[in-house]
Design a protein around this ligand. Sequence first.
Ligand code: CA
Ligand code: CA
Length: 270
Amino acid sequence: MGLQGVVSCHRQNGRVTSRIVRRNRTIAVAAAVAVIIVLIITLASCGGGLARFSSAKMPVAAPLPPFDSKFTDASVRTVPLVTVADAAWVADVAAKTGIPERVLAAYAGGAIRLALTWPECGVTWNTLAGIGWIESHHGELYGAVIAPDGFMSEPIYGQPLVGDGTMNIPDFDDGNFDGDPLHDRAVGPMQIIPQTWAAWHVDGNGDGDPNGQQIDDSVVSAANYLCFSSDTMTTAEGWTKSLWSYNQLDSYADDVRATANEYAAAIGVH
Ligand SMILES: [Ca+2]
Ligand SMILES: [Ca+2]
C-alpha cells in the first residue's frame, strides 16, 4: 500500500500498461503472504498500537449510494464496477465533491460490491475516496487523467521502498508488478504494494484481468484488503486498524478521515 504518501509517475513507451504479478502464484502462496502481512501488522502494532486503536476516531459513514436491487453477492463480482452505482447519483456527488466522475463511480461501486460480498465490513465510498485522494489525488497526481476505461494517462508507481523515510521492502515480484526488480514500490491509484496485490488482487472492471493501474481493479482490491484487516470498519477501532494496515504513518488515518469527512459534508452528511 502507499507507505510513504509520495508517488511518482512513469511513462511506459507511451502506453499505459501494468505488468501483473506472475499469474502462476498459487493460492497457497497468497495465503502464506496474507499470514505474513498479518504478522507484520501485529508486530507493527505492538508498542503503542493498542492505545492507538482504543483512542481511535473514524470519519462520518456516508450512506451507501443507490443501486439496482438486481445485484447479488454473486453478480456484483462480475459486472463492471462502473455500472453498479446509480449514474445520476454519481454525477450529482461528483459535482458536489470535485471527485472525477469516473473515479467516484469506482469508489461507489466498490462500497456497494463490498456491502454485498462482505457485509460485516462496512467500508464506505467516502473512506475509499479519502484514501484515493491521499494516495494519488484520485489517480490524477502530476496531471494524469483518468480515461473512460479506468486507466490513467500515466501509470503511477511509488518511490522505491528503500528504508529512507519509508519501509525497506526488498523486491518481491521480480519487477513484474511494480517495474522495479531491486525493491518494491506501491502501484496504481490506490498505491498497493506487490505483496498485498499478490494476496488480494481481484478484477473490478469485468474484463477478467486484475490490473493494478486500472481504477476499478485497484479500488476493489484495496477495499478487500481493508476489510480483511479488521473485523469491521463500522467502529472507530476497526476502521483505524484497517487504515493502519494500509499505511503505518501516524498521520495517515487522520488525513484520510479529514478528507472522507469533507466528502460526506459536501453532500450534507455530518
Ligand atoms: Ca519489486
Ligand atoms: Ca480488470
